[in-house]
Design a protein around this ligand. Structure first.
Ligand SMILES: NC(=O)C1=CN([C@@H]2O[C@H](COP(=O)(O)OP(=O)(O)OC[C@H]3O[C@@H](n4cnc5c(N)ncnc54)[C@H](O)[C@@H]3O)[C@@H](O)[C@H]2O)C=CC1
Ligand SMILES: O=c1[nH]c(=O)c2[nH+]cn([C@@H]3O[C@H](COP(=O)(O)O)[C@@H](O)[C@H]3O)c2[nH]1
Ligand SMILES: [K+]
Length: 501
């Protein structure tokens, strides 16, 4: 439908003026509402063969996505990409951990051998239970457990755990039990915890009643992102070095569902060779290339055979690439431009970086992306790696750092840099902290509700309909002046508290 009068600009015109626009620079003009918010369907694709029920992806960063985050992202219908700043076997273990459960709960239970003694093992440990296995870790059958209350009252502190452990049956449930099944078991047996166990008896984790109650308090979970193996889907990042082929083999053995080639500038001979290698060696495995911000970069990776593209250079909250290298693009322009070429080949686009609130997600998706990838938006949550600390203002925070920061580079991804320039390391990211956000199991569903309201205002009941409105020029945009951006935010108040839910 062509407009009968001029009002606002079609995206095609706005993004071809030679400016690099960020999400904040542009604003959509509202369209026409003829459906309720709940009729908005945000289901989408991460890549050619990975469907998601919500368009959210957690970034492969070592302060964002490990097993706990990936399990939670799958539980809410998105997906997590496990970072590669770890050894290949550690990264593969994280994949296995996600695949070994159907609850977004991960604890760090303490395991001991039957020969361990009370006194030298537990003094000062704040653990409610100790689990006894032959190996002293989770990799063998559960023999019994000792509750803290049992050992606190003991006079003979030299006694071995094997002699005092409880060995009651029915403490274990199959690891594929979902929240409802585990809850049923806890109630039925009047227990405070159950042990998730693999078929051969290997322990997966311990789930306490307290954790189940916590998760039950969040918005109801759907079936989540489940693959054909009946397990949660999970992705992993790799680089483009020779050694990444070996890493990939580990990940494939662990059951990884999709691979992200993690680079700030994906249009390279190394990446193109890697894409071809992955598609040739594992034709069933989806591979996402990037990062790209231009149509020609995208075209090269599409030609090489990618199943998805990751878009963004320098737009991330911790990124200094544009300052250091003078290369990159405003994220709104990058997403629009890359999506317009990717859509011609049916390749889904991930808008990576620069998401601070729900409106940015609406902008990314409506401008052509199929999903958004988030770092800072998810860092600081219960499921992000690391412990909370109090900062100097007394605020509860978790560390969040760029994967190109000096600190992350020296942790392990070093070789990537040392390979070229053994002596000189240049950071392209910073180390910071993000305020406590609570659980993503709450944060993400509420954010999706806000995104649905944005879609409703635009008259788009799905991602497909948003993209159709954009390309048919029905949807109109404008650039916001600096004053318009101020006006669009909270202004003129002596004080206020911002709380979205
Ligand atoms: N999205 C963004 O704007 C940015 C993201 N990052 C993140 O930081 C991390 C590191 O990114 P990059 O430095 O771009 O990593 P990278 O591995 O793509 O590049 C590092 C250097 O190694 C070279 N290289 C790659 N494969 C090679 C091979 N097989 N043989 C020889 N040389 C090879 C590259 O050309 C480059 O000079 C990633 O996690 C990335 O996502 C970093 C900067 C910007
Ligand atoms: O220039 C950069 N230096 C870095 O050290 C770095 N680490 C991550 N990334 C990229 O930023 C994205 C996350 O951005 P947000 O926090 O804005 O969601 C991520 O998804 C990455 O694309 C980096 N970019
Ligand atoms: K930045």
């Amino acid at each position: 439908m062509a407009a009968e009068f001029e009002d606002g600009s079609p995206a095609e015109k706005l993004f071809n003026q030679g400016y690099s626009y960020t999400y904040d620079d542009v604003i959509f003009l509202p369209h026409y509402i003829d459906f309720p918010t709940d009729a908005v369907n945000l289901s989408t694709k991460l890549s050619r063969n990975i469907p998601l029920s919500i368009p959210c992806v957690s970034s492969p960063m070592d302060t964002v996505t490990e097993s706990y985050m990936a399990a939670a992202m799958a539980a809410v219908g998105g997906i997590g990409i496990i970072h590669s700043n770890a050894t290949p076997s550690e990264q593969a273990d994280m994949i296995r951990s996600v695949k070994s459960r159907r609850v977004p709960i991960l604890s760090s239970p303490v395991f001991k051998t039957p020969d361990s003694r009370i006194v030298n093992e537990f003094e000062g440990d704040d653990v409610p239970f100790v689990f006894v296995t032959q190996s002293g870790n989770e990799k063998s059958k559960l023999l019994g457990y000792v509750a803290k209350s049992d050992w606190l009252g003991l006079k003979d502190t030299e006694i071995k755990l094997g002699e005092i452990m409880r060995t009651d049956a029915n403490v274990s449930v199959p690891c594929h039990y979902d929240l409802g099944q585990i809850n049923g078991k806890l109630k039925e047996e009047g227990r405070d915890f159950v042990v998730l166990e693999k078929e051969g008896g290997e322990v997966v984790d311990v789930v306490t009643k307290e954790e189940v109650e916590r998760v039950k308090g969040y918005p109801k979970l759907g079936k989540g992102t489940v693959g054909s193996d009946g397990r949660w889907m999970v992705g992993a990042a790799i680089g483009t070095r020779g050694s990444d082929k070996e890493r990939l083999e580990h990940l494939v053995k662990a059951g990884v569902d999709v691979i992200v080639l993690d680079s700030s500038q994906g249009n390279s001979i190394y990446q193109i060779e890697m894409i071809k290698y992955v598609k040739q060696t594992y034709p069933e495995l989806d591979v996402i290339g990037g990062n790209v911000v231009t149509m020609s970069q995208a075209q090269n990776l599409i030609k090489a055979g990618v199943d998805g593209l990751r878009v963004g250079m320098g737009s991330g909250s911790i990124c200094t690439t544009q300052e250091v290298c003078a290369v990159g693009r405003g994220q709104a322009t990058a997403v629009y431009k890359v999506s317009s070429i990717a859509t011609q080949s049916g390749i889904p686009v991930i808008a990576d970086g620069g998401i601070s609130f729900s409106g940015h997600i609406v902008k990314a998706l409506v401008l052509g992306a199929s999903t958004v990838m988030m770092g800072s938006f998810l860092a600081g949550s219960t499921e992000a790696p690391g412990a909370y600390e109090l900062n100097e203002k007394g605020l509860q925070v978790k560390k969040y750092r760029g994967m190109g920061s000096l600190e992350a580079m020296t942790k392990g991804s070093d070789q990537r840099y040392l390979g070229d320039t053994a002596k000189l390391k240049i950071a392209q990211g910073v180390v910071g902290a993000v305020a406590d956000k609570g659980s993503v199991l709450k944060h993400v569903p509420y954010t999706m509700q806000a995104v649905k309201q944005g879609f409703q205002d635009l008259g788009a009941s799905s991602l497909r309909s948003a993209h159709d409105l954009l390309r048919s020029k029905t949807l109109r945009l404008e650039v916001r002046t600096a004053a318009a951006q101020v006006e669009g935010g909270v202004h003129g108040l002596a004080s206020h508290e911002k709380k979205a839910f």
